[in-house]
Design a protein around this ligand. Structure first.
Ligand SMILES: Cc1ncc(COP(=O)(O)O)c(C=O)c1O
Length: 351
């Protein structure tokens, strides 16, 4: 039985072309700036994001933390959405290692922060207050179901933040899902943010890595913080080579994942006992709930036994993420197995 793993797009394996590129990669010591493959990947990412420079990091988490460290001083404050990945799943690194306080503003169902809330949350100049230094956005938004921030919205937030003296950082771990969904170039989404990170190891299928992009001066300073975090990686061209293949060949195909996510969502709405926890499915994330009479723990266990893995965390809706290693017929098969599990649970509760 094929296991259909919908926990995350991070489970994707490198493609044969990536493995070949890794095998053949020209390398050098990247801490000395001498790895030609890393240098090429960084230049590509900077160009795609419309920024002067980029830095190859080990992970999205390392990019996010490096960005916070570079934009702030110890004792500053940053604003993030209350559903932000940076807040929930990164070990409080910004506070623990950056010494910054993290202030939250509510994310709406589309992953946005309201301009009024942002305006109200930025500190006035006052002897009692820390300096609000940085505002962080997330596009696409993971916990808000892969929702997409538009260029207009992003630009409005940047205008407000810049007028109030803040920098803006965009956690763009899945920014290419946003560009594909909107049919725009990445630059359109990043033109006014001060820095942005993208991930190679999610829907783009590379094995490792993320790129933090910004001005030349910002990236020069970020490079020192990456070193401090243990992210100076020597012959990293071996993994950067897969990242180059990812950026060159894996972006457009994300549309397939989005189609499969919609196919999954459509099928789920036809299963008794399941309701979608989202208004629509803009990209590759589908969140759904079980009717209260069915046991979440039993559903989760039975589904895993039936060879379908989905995400379950913090009493939240279930999460299913589509990706390159799940085809449309896998989605149909997953729906058959999910339906069967629900039917069994329903029978048991009505006995
Ligand atoms: C929006 C977002 N940002 C950052 C990350 C962290 O990436 P990594 O797992 O590479 O540290 C993730 C991981 O899923 C994410 O979804």
């Amino acid at each position: 039985m094929k296991v259909i793993d919908l926990r995350s797009d991070t489970v994707t394996h490198p493609t044969p072309e990536m493995r070949k590129a890794m095998f053949e990669a020209e390398v050098g010591d990247d801490v000395y700036g001498e790895d030609p493959t890393v240098n090429r990947l960084e230049a590509m990412a900077a160009e795609m994001m419309g920024k002067e420079a980029a830095l190859f990091t080990t992970s999205g988490t390392q990019s996010n933390l490096t960005a916070v460290l570079t934009h702030t001083k110890h004792g500053d404050e940053i604003i993030v959405g209350d559903e932000a990945h940076m807040l929930w799943y990164e070990m409080g690194g910004a506070a623990a290692l950056g010494g910054v306080t993290i202030r939250t503003v509510s994310n709406d169902r589309r992953g946005r922060l309201s301009l009024d809330d942002i305006d109200r949350t930025i500190r006035a100049k006052d002897i009692h207050y820390p300096e609000t230094r940085l505002l962080c956005l997330e596009n696409t938004h993971n916990r808000c179901g892969g929702t997409v921030l538009t260029p207009d919205y992003t630009n409005e937030v940047c205008d407000l933040a810049h007028t109030r003296g803040l920098k803006v950082y965009l956690d763009g771990a899945r920014i290419f899902n946003a560009t594909v969904a909107l049919g725009v170039s990445a630059c359109t989404l990043t033109q006014n943010v001060d820095s942005v990170a993208l991930c190679l190891s999610k829907g783009l299928s590379a094995p490792v890595g993320s790129l933090l992009c910004g001005s030349k001066d910002f990236i020069e300073r970020a490079r020192k913080f990456r070193k401090m975090l243990g992210g100076g990686m020597r012959q990293a061209g071996v993994i950067a080579a897969a990242g180059i293949v990812a950026l060159e060949t894996m972006v457009e195909r994300l549309a397939e994942d989005h189609n499969n996510a919609r196919r999954l969502a459509q099928g789920l709405t036809n299963i008794e006992g399941i309701t979608l926890a989202q208004d629509d499915i803009p990209t590759n994330i589908v969140m759904f709930d079980l009717s209260p009479e069915l046991s979440v723990a039993e559903f989760f266990k039975s589904l895993e036994r039936a060879g379908v893995k989905v995400g379950l965390r913090d009493g939240r809706p279930f999460r299913a993420v589509t990706h390159r290693m799940v085809s449309s017929s896998d989605i149909d098969e997953a729906l058959i197995r999910i339906e069967a599990v629900c039917r069994r649970l329903r029978c048991r509760t009505s006995e």
